[in-house]
Design a protein around this ligand. Structure first.
Ligand SMILES: [Zn+2]
Length: 213
């Protein structure tokens, strides 16, 4: 699905969207559930994009449904893999994931990818602004690109309604709410979450921000 010119929510990742941004170089945001890298690569090709032209893969956070194909896609594309320094030990399986996610990671197995660079210590050479939004995980980040907010799991949509991610899967709920408020006044038109479909900002953003107060 083309969200905006050159920005695609990859249809084969509908349960946990990975996004492709066609740019110089192209880049991916998140990598969806494990075991899907071949479908992702063929969808990228079907959009007329050479997987080898993908220069960077940006992870919003450490959850397995976002990191799932990172190792395989990094190997197939030669892209540089980026994450927040805070979530890096969980992504690389150097520490068990906090809370319930420790058990989720035991059930949904993935190859831990090696991170090449962190948003904290390296300057990312693609035109996104990285915004720290801790809460869903300790090192969760969102990305502003043109008029799009790539929201990771800071928010989600269900049946066309924008909402916060489930509290049960949230590492720190007060921080998650504060993170939504911290980006409330930023300029964007589209919200691209991992779960549920992209949504226009319109009135729903204001009500989700109000719900965090
Ligand atoms: Zn998720």
């Amino acid at each position: 699905m083309e969200v905006c010119p050159g920005v695609y929510a990859l249809d084969c990742t509908v349960r946990s969207y990975a996004y492709l941004v066609v740019n110089q170089p192209a880049f991916l945001i998140d990598t969806s559930m494990p075991g899907n890298h071949e479908k992702i690569l063929s969808e990228i090709k079907s959009l007329g994009v050479d997987p080898q032209s993908i220069g960077h893969i940006l992870l919003t956070h450490h959850d397995v449904d976002h990191v799932g194909n990172a190792a395989a896609l990094k190997e197939a594309t030669g892209a540089k893999l980026w994450a927040s320094a805070v979530d890096l030990p969980y992504i690389e399986a150097k520490e068990p994931r906090p809370g319930l996610k420790r058990f989720v990671a035991r059930i949904i197995k993935t190859t831990p990818p090696m991170i090449d660079a962190t948003f904290d210590n390296d300057k990312i050479p693609v035109p996104v602004e990285v915004i720290k939004t801790p809460g869903h995980t300790p090192g969760h980040v969102v990305f502003l690109y043109r008029d799009i907010l790539f929201a990771g799991d800071m928010v989600m949509t269900r049946r066309g309604q924008l909402r916060l991610s489930p509290a049960l899967m949230t590492w720190n709920l007060p921080q998650a709410r504060a993170s939504v408020r911290s980006v409330a006044e930023r300029s964007f038109t589209w919200i691209c979450p991992a779960h549920g479909h992209p949504i226009h900002r319109d009135q729903q953003w204001d009500s989700i921000v109000a719900s965090t107060l």
